[in-house]
Design a protein around this ligand. Sequence first.
Ligand code: FES
Length: 165
Amino acid sequence: MKHMVIDGISCEFENERNVLEVAKKHHIDIPNLCYCESLSIYGGCRLCVVENERGAVEAACSMQPKDGLVIKTNTARLRKHRQMILELLLAAHDCSCTTCAKSGNCRLQELAQRFGVRHIRFPNNKPRYEKDYTSYAVFRDPNKCILCGDCVRVCEELQGQGILN
Ligand code: FES
């Protein structure tokens, strides 16, 4: 059995696809927005970053688990990095959270609260897009898109349609 060390905890692993899955298996939470175990790895949100012994920062979802690997998931540097990513996402987001149907059940909202994002320093210059009601099955509001790629991958990989891009 192979082992790696995550936040000082020895974690055995076998066939996990990446470091994020090893951490999950050992109940170590690494924040993420674009990881889904039934989909391919996209590596777009960069919230799952971890730090290795040499101080290099890498996305845990795209990082191969290796025997003897030592990483940290929650350093001050990583928290600052995550805060900045969330701030940038929210700067390009329709933040009408109080009237949003997903309020209270929204990963972005939850992570923004968890990382103390209360003020967004960047202007929202993103153009407004029309809401898409053309499908009977899916309602799409592009103003809420965080570019996680989940809808695209579900459409292609699970539904086999490849309609969304
Ligand atoms: Fe790793 Fe999004 S979950 S980059």
